[in-house]
Design a binder for this molecule. Structure first.
Ligand SMILES: *Cc1c(COP(=O)(O)O)cnc(C)c1O
Length: 429
């Protein structure tokens, strides 16, 4: 039964693989694997949150949750812009509209099926995640709610973003690294090699991508069809690749339309490596041309979750292929443009935004100005995060204490110490 629900397929070489939490092509292709589900027409369930779309998630069982993205037709912001068919997908906390994602970003859609996939495919292992904040917070929330263990590595500057809405942190092992996002990732990679741990996998993890694909599935049911355009702010581009893959499945389903939506991605200037490479017509990123003075550029970002330095741009099945296949567009957005768009959106729609979502809103305004989108186009705007102000009204936020602090250069030396701490942690689970 497990083998029948789905298989994995290498985009580059078409090799078919049975899933043992497999995240790379066994033939060594530099390519993403994709899930191929045996059910071509999805049956939407009810009452299971995002697991209403269980048919197209790479897990057997649903995790109990009410977290799910919502889609609604904009009655204020859309008309203000002269758009007749602006649909908003919202991933965050907004109970008045039925959105209950308490960590306030679409990272929660990645964390829930990932933790379940680990449990089902490599049961007993502790999933290891490294991030600048939003991803680790989402995994921590799922861990706190389900008791499934998570090891999270974050830069110490992100510790303030580490909270959950549940009080129980026994299953969360939080490590702070003195350094930036890239240092945290490097430490996470080393730690994941330890016995009993498994690397979460990032963009290569099909549970992350198919989890985020729920945004497009929910939207297709709400809109009763596919949009003409899809807008999203990207850091790694994982969410936009997930959207492309989900649209592809929806087209094959047969009930939602036949035309692939055009995918528009936005990054925050002055750090917009994929915008820079795409607009220059390059299939490869260049550190020299696309990420000059990266550290200084990243420090200036309003939406610092969009600061991924090694995004899956040129890998087969990645961002370059997605933009090519969807006749996509890219926009670079300044901090001032993002803030202005955020102000307008908040005022019209009545919910606060994650800075990254503000970048997406600004890109829609730019596309309108540029004449790319027209009044009658059906547009899906992915608000990937929001409701931080709103969640504080309803929930207490419990700050997560770090169990260990590591220096970036010292992490190899400290492995024994980490092992000891981990043993204690596992014993207490
Ligand atoms: C991570 C994040 C993004 C970017 O997503 P990618 O999949 O890395 O491109 C956008 N918005 C919010 C709120 C995020 O947390």
């Amino acid at each position: 039964m497990v083998a029948e629900k789905y298989q994995l397929k290498c985009v580059a070489g078409s090799e078919v693989v049975v899933d043992h939490y497999t995240n790379t092509c066994p033939e060594g292709h530099d390519s993403l694997l994709r899930t191929v589900y045996s059910r071509k027409q999805i049956q939407r369930r009810t009452g299971l949150g995002m697991f209403n779309y269980l048919d197209w998630l790479p897990v057997d069982e649903a995790v109990p949750t009410n977290a799910s993205p919502i889609t609604y037709k904009s009655e204020a912001f859309g008309p203000e812009l002269g758009l007749n068919e602006l649909y908003i997908s919202f991933s965050g906390y907004w109970p008045e509209r039925g959105a209950y994602m308490k960590t306030c970003t679409f990272k929660e859609l990645e964390a829930l099926p990932t933790v379940q996939r680990v449990k089902e495919r490599v049961g007993g292992k502790i999933v290891t995640v490294a991030s600048a904040g939003n991803t680790s917070r989402a995994f921590a929330e799922v861990s706190s709610a389900t008791g499934m263990p998570v090891l999270a590595v974050v830069p110490s500057s992100s510790l303030t973003r580490m909270w959950t809405t549940g009080e129980d942190h026994n299953s969360i092992f939080l490590i702070a690294v003195d350094g930036d996002y890239s240092d945290a990732i490097a430490v996470g990679k080393q730690l994941a090699k330890l016995e009993g741990l498994v690397e979460e996998g990032g963009v290569k993890n099909v549970a992350r991508r198919d989890g985020m694909g729920v945004v497009e599935l929910e939207a297709a049911f709400a809109m009763r069809g596919l949009p003409d355009y899809y807008f999203q702010a990207v850091g790694s581009g994982t969410g936009a690749i997930a959207a492309w893959e989900a649209f592809d499945r929806l087209i094959a389903d047969g009930r939602f339309g036949t035309r692939m939506p055009r995918i528009v991605i936005a990054q925050n200037l002055p750090f917009a490596p994929m915008v820079s490479a795409w607009q220059a017509g390059r299939a490869e990123l260049s550190a020299e041309l696309d990420m000059k003075d990266a550290e200084q550029a990243i420090r200036q970002l309003y939406a610092d979750v969009l600061s991924t330095r090694n995004p899956p741009y040129s890998i087969t099945g990645g961002v370059y292929d997605m933009l090519s296949d969807t006749d996509g567009r890219t926009y670079g957005i300044t901090n001032a443009e993002a803030r202005e768009a955020e102000r307008l959106f908040e005022c019209k729609e009545g919910i606060d935004l994650d800075p990254a979502a503000a970048v997406a809103v600004a890109s829609l305004l730019k596309a309108l100005d540029a004449g790319l989108v027209k009044q009658a186009d059906r547009i899906l705007l992915n608000i990937t995060g929001g409701g931080y102000k709103r969640v504080k009204e309803d929930c207490a936020l419990y700050h997560i204490e770090k169990r260990m602090a590591l220096q970036p250069a010292e992490h190899l030396l400290a492995l024994d110490e980490v092992k000891n701490e981990l043993r204690e942690f596992v014993r207490a689970l």
